[in-house]
Design a protein around this ligand. Structure first.
Ligand SMILES: Cc1cc2nc3c(=O)[nH]c(=O)nc-3n(C[C@H](O)[C@H](O)[C@H](O)COP(=O)(O)OP(=O)(O)OC[C@H]3O[C@@H](n4cnc5c(N)ncnc54)[C@H](O)[C@@H]3O)c2cc1C
Ligand SMILES: NC(=O)c1ccc[n+]([C@@H]2O[C@H](COP(=O)([O-])OP(=O)(O)OC[C@H]3O[C@@H](n4cnc5c(N)ncnc54)[C@H](O)[C@@H]3O)[C@@H](O)[C@H]2O)c1
Length: 469
């Protein structure tokens, strides 16, 4: 077995591994990147990019159906799912090609291997190449960016039926007649609205007492109402005990709920109950890299594992599992290994995120639940979206903006359930980063009629009592 040594070995072509490979190569290091599946990892191939591309098709279908609200003849769209999937594939392939050409440009000098890496020593891996051969690699530094895959719950009968994960559903060339979705988290919500808008009947079956349990009750409730108004059935507090499928292809989920046993039937079943880390086949015990009780790699604030010279980046160390966090892990490692400036930490960085339903749920900083849990004093203001001029003009009036302000009159966090909620949330993130006091936003001149004008309104809700002379 040939043994080659490098300065840097990157396992996994994820959102951290790819930019790290090019940055290290630009710095003159000999880099090898090993990917067992598709270059670009989950975000590009079966995560963010394909879902948001297909959500755009679903949104267009919804606009056609609801065109009557805007004085136009409504259209019942004939959804050509094969064409929807083809459009998505086209976008994904172009992005994957971008990653490939970045990594393989001759000047980079990066060796890209297609195969599965397994540790055989602290900084030594064996790669089972796609072509059948095996190669041994050693490196001064090893970066693990192997991501996660769908968690499959241990439910009687589930392994015996052809359920779908998101990866498979995203390639389904037909519209499911009735899609059952196990799990009401990010994936469950985005896919429920997507397939409902394509024309499926959709039922979400969630174990928790509400959707998106980490969010405030008002946001969960409002999002539940949005989905139900579009015809998504939502079953909460459901403990699914058995799954079966009839010869006619009908899935039956037998669930224990507060109102007794329920049988939920559908033609397709999506399992979206969270993720598990891709660490089980990595041979990390051979390297001495320690895992937590869920199999995620233990790292410190600099993303160093328990073995010197071995780092873990992205979802594989437990997250938060977002593309922008994985990318920021790259920045942390880059700053600490290559830059002379202050050391960077992966702790205490802002955590913006957005659920891409319509309206979107954008979140930054603390919500009320978290402020209470952490004992942080706050004042809160909530602005119904329907009061914003831009919302009325565009007919996108559902939702609310909620801001929490601390004792120092600075923003602690925001929850934005609104059209373009992700973009609006990012304005709040900038306000937090700039440490602006809320009074500065009350009277800031903002272009009319923009969504941004809502900033004036939401912060005016926080009027302080007049000071007495
Ligand atoms: C359906 C879906 C939608 C999502 N939508 C969003 C969104 O809108 N916004 C957002 O921020 N996040 C979203 N995410 C999460 C996001 O995709 C991930 O957080 C992000 O891709 C970070 O991944 P990563 O860098 O940790 O690794 P990944 O991108 O998962 O890459 C890991 C790579 O390692 C490879 N690998 C694993 N083991 C080995 C091995 N032994 N040898 C060689 N290669 C190996 C894998 O094949 C994979 O290509 C979504 C996820 C899913 C599933
Ligand atoms: N817009 C985005 O940023 C976006 C979109 C999709 C995915 N993601 C990322 O991918 C990750 C995975 O998404 P996800 O939705 O699979 O996970 P999740 O953790 O967000 O939600 C999983 C849900 O499944 C429920 N559940 C677990 N076991 C169950 C069971 N046996 N029966 C019924 N319900 C059960 C949980 O209570 C939870 O509500 C997310 O945590 C997020 O980091 C992000």
């Amino acid at each position: 077995m040939p043994n080659t040594s490098y300065d840097a070995l990157i396992i996994g072509s994820g959102q951290a591994g790819n930019p790290l490979a090019t940055t290290l190569a630009d710095a003159g290091q000999r880099v090898v990147l090993v990917e067992e599946n598709l270059l670009g990892g989950s975000c590009i191939n079966y995560g963010c990019t394909p879902t948001k591309a297909m959500l755009a098709s679903a949104e267009r279908a919804h606009q056609l159906r609801t065109a009557g609200d805007y004085g136009l003849q409504p259209v019942k769209p004939a959804v050509d799912m094969a064409a929807v999937v083809a459009r998505k594939n086209h976008i994904v392939q172009a992005m994957r090609e971008g990653v490939r050409s970045n990594l393989t440009q001759e000047r980079q000098g990066i060796t890209v291997l297609h195969g599965q890496a397994t540790f055989v020593g602290p900084r030594t891996v064996r790669v089972a190449l796609a072509g059948g051969e095996t190669q041994r690699l050693t490196a001064k530094k090893v970066f693990i960016n192997t991501g996660t895959r769908a968690a499959i719950p241990d439910i009687e009968g589930l392994q015996d039926v052809p359920f779908l994960t998101t990866t498979q559903l995203l390639d389904l060339p037909e519209v499911p007649e009735h899609l059952l979705i196990l799990g009401g988290g990010y994936i469950g919500l985005e896919f429920s609205q997507m397939y409902r808008r394509f024309g499926s009947r959709v039922t979400i079956i969630e174990a928790g007492r509400q959707l998106l349990e980490r969010e405030d009750d008002d946001a969960c409730q409002a999002l539940t109402e949005v989905l139900e108004a579009e015809g998504v059935e939502i079953v909460l507090g459901a403990e699914v005990r058995r799954v079966s499928r009839s010869e006619a292809g009908v899935f039956t989920l037998t669930a224990h709920t507060a109102t007794g046993e329920r049988r939920l039937r559908g033609t397709h079943l999506l399992v979206a109950t969270g993720r598990v880390p891709n660490t089980d086949t990595l041979g990390l015990d051979q390297a001495g890299v320690q895992l937590d009780e869920k199999g995620y790699i233990q790292v410190n604030a600099r993303l160093e594992t328990t073995v010197r010279g071995v780092y873990a980046l992205g979802d594989v160390h437990g997250g938060p599992q977002f593309t922008h966090i994985s990318y920021d892990d790259y920045r942390v490692v880059r700053a600490n290994l290559l830059h002379r400036g202050p050391r960077r930490s992966a702790r205490q960085r802002p955590l913006p995120y957005c659920v891409f339903t319509e309206p979107q749920l954008g979140r930054i900083g603390l919500n009320e639940q978290q402020a209470r849990e952490q004992g942080i004093a706050y004042r809160v203001a909530t602005l119904p979206v329907s009061t914003i001029g831009r919302a009325r003009q565009t007919g996108r009036t559902t939702g609310f903006w909620k801001v929490l302000v601390g004792e120092d009159d600075r923003l602690l966090g925001a929850t934005v359930l609104c059209a373009e909620g992700g973009e609006i949330m990012s304005m709040f993130q900038l306000i937090m980063a700039g440490r602006l006091k809320y009074e500065q936003l009350q009277n800031m001149v903002l272009a009319h009629p923009t969504w941004a004008e809502g900033l004036n309104n939401v912060f005016r809700e926080l009027q302080k009592p007049e000071l007495k002379a």
